[in-house]
Write a protein that binds this ligand. Structure first.
Ligand code: NDP
Ligand code: 8X3
Length: 253
């Protein structure tokens, strides 16, 4: 019998690659995102993989009413969620805090922190009841370090780390696993979003080095969710070989 995984933010990047690799490895998928056409396209790809069943849910993780409507009362055949990948997230802007756009802060905090909490609030009680489940929270190297222009993004990812640690302690007695994965640079739509559609600035982020690709993160998540029942990878830091810290990278070799 196929297990059920939900991946938030599956319309591109890490979420899309994770949904695909999980489908290839025996999971049925609940996929979410705001862009309905992109979500439909991902659904069509997933349906081509073996006997994968797919439930696509279009909503904004920042809106708790929408989250509750979509996830708190899933149809019976989808309700026993085995794996939750809290992936939906973004960085917006690179200004120092004293010059930043306040709306950018709201978008990051509401998505990366409150969105993750809203989604988890709907799906964790079922895992507790069933005494099994695995929550994977996508943090970042920005959740381990801070860098100029990243005050609020780094703050949100540090928050993901703290929330995950507390969840792990709260859920250990219920047999529910909680893990974080913290990637360095991954070439996705991330930088395009951060630079508000400026392609040349986004391309510059990865110029002269080999970044991670979404597939690298998806493969690692697959490894995390397929460990034996007695093994939990609490926290995985994964970097490109060319990147040693949030600010140190080897370029143009
Ligand atoms: P992408 O921009 O390619 O993907 C982000 C995904 O999040 C999209 O599917 C987007 O869907 C979804 N999303 C964003 N905001 C919302 C929202 N309000 N409601 C619902 N879904 C939302 O970037 P990545 O794949 O790189 O990012 C995925 C995660 O990985 C993020 O949490 C990011 O912080 C983290 N990360 C990324 C790194 C990188 O270098 N790329 C490194 C470390 C961590 P849609 O627009 O359709 O809503
Ligand atoms: C994305 C990686 O280095 O831009 O989380 O913060 S970084």
């Amino acid at each position: 019998m196929r297990k059920i995984a939900i991946v938030t933010g599956a319309t591109s990047g890490i979420g899309e690659a994770t949904a695909k690799i999980l489908a290839q490895n025996g999971f049925n998928l609940i996929i979410t995102g705001r862009r309905s056409e992109k979500l439909k396209a991902v659904e069509e790809e997933l349906l081509k993989i073996d006997d994968t069943k797919v439930l696509s849910l279009v909503f904004d993780v920042r809106n708790n009413d929408e989250v509750q409507k979509a996830l708190c009362n899933l149809p019976a055949e989808w309700s026993n969620v085995d794996v939750l990948v809290n992936n939906a997230g973004l960085a917006v802007g690179t200004e120092p805090a004293h010059e930043a756009v306040v709306d950018d802060w709201e978008r990051m905090i509401d998505t990366n922190v409150k969105g993750l909490l809203y989604v988890s609030r709907c799906l964790t009680p079922g895992m507790v009841e069933r005494k099994k489940g695995h929550i994977i929270n996508i943090s970042s190297i920005a959740g381990k370090e801070a860098y100029p222009g990243g005050s609020v993004y780094c703050g949100t990812k540090h928050a993901v780390g703290a929330i995950s640690k507390a969840m792990r302690i709260e859920l250990v007695q219920h047999g529910v696993k909680v893990s974080t994965i913290s990637p360095g640079m991954v070439e996705t739509e991330f930088s395009l979003v951060r630079f508000k559609g400026d392609e040349s600035k986004a391309d510059n982020v990865y110029k002269g080095l080999t970044p991670l690709y979404a597939q690298d993160i998806a493969e690692t998540i697959l490894f995390m969710v397929t460990r034996p029942a007695h093994v939990n990878l609490d926290d995985v830091l994964i970097m490109p070989t060319d990147q040693a810290s949030a600010r140190d990278a080897r370029r143009d070799q």
